[in-house]
Design a protein around this ligand. Structure first.
Ligand code: SAH
Length: 240
């Protein structure tokens, strides 16, 4: 995970691109090893850090897939907004939780749809995150970013971070899960995002604290050719 001149430590991942079409195919093929049916233990553990004593928050799930944590937070009385290119993922989310929803076009974004739970507290945009703006989705009190920044093509990270910065209210909190492994041994996604890069991407607008590093190494990672795999959790506090 180290060595080489600054900026070179993500190895050949720097130039790797996964297209939207490839993501849609992963969903069609059921090639979704990233999905966690039981939800993410780090969100359970650090929920208080995200909420910070507040209730009725607007919480954003970038690149949401069918993350079950959206249901958890909605059930706690928060209002959840997600964005995902795969309509299949979003439909599976509602179906697997037995939630009814309605669909409407998003006038500002050609081809985009919004799928909203009938109860109104879960709104999922089916489009690219890069099509969103604060005039369309508003601003957020909190973000759960797992499988999102690490799924963004490395060449798009700055664009992604700038957009996230625009979508956050002042004093909002952003829980960010990254992964750490030897990027010369696996092409990703998920992509390795070094801590130095988190600082470059968000340091001008946020206080950044690393909350925990978790050994998440499993057989899957061994098959990828890796010999270690960590999840690294950060809390970003938007100060400006
Ligand atoms: N956060 C989810 C999904 C992680 S996989 C989880 O933790 O389970 C990354 C997801 O991002 C995929 O479902 C993929 O279809 C979606 N995606 C990729 N590029 C995207 C983009 N530009 N805009 C919106 N969604 C995108």
């Amino acid at each position: 995970a180290s060595g080489g001149p600054a900026g070179a430590d993500i190895g050949s991942q720097k130039d790797r691109v996964v297209t939207e079409e490839e993501w849609l195919q992963k969903w069609e093929m059921g090639n979704i090893g990233f999905h966690k049916e039981q939800g993410h233990p780090l969100l359970r553990k650090y929920l208080d850090v995200l909420l910070n004593g507040r209730s009725g928050l607007r919480i954003f799930f970038p690149l949401c897939g069918k993350a079950v944590e959206m249901k958890w937070l909605a059930d706690m009385g928060h209002s959840v907004v997600g964005v995902e290119v795969s309509e299949q993922a979003l439909k599976e989310f509602f179906a697997e939780h037995g939630l009814s929803y309605c669909e409407e076009p998003v006038p500002e974004i050609s081809g985009a749809k919004k799928l909203q739970s009938t109860s109104g507290n879960i709104s999922l945009y089916c489009c690219s995150i890069y099509d969103l703006s604060s005039s369309i989705v508003g601003k957020f009190d909190g973000v759960w970013d797992r499988g999102a920044l690490v799924a963004v093509n490395p060449c798009d990270r700055q664009r992604y971070a700038s957009l996230m910065t625009i979508l956050m209210k002042k004093n909002s909190s952003y829980l960010l899960v990254t992964v750490s492994y030897d990027p010369n041994k696996h092409k990703g996604p998920p992509f390795y995002v070094p801590e130095s890069e988190i600082k470059t991407l968000f340091g001008n607008h946020c206080e950044i604290k690393c909350l925990q590093k978790v050994d998440d190494f499993s057989d899957k990672h061994r098959q990828w050719g890796l010999d270690y795999f960590l999840e690294v959790l950060y809390i970003l506090k938007f100060v400006a």
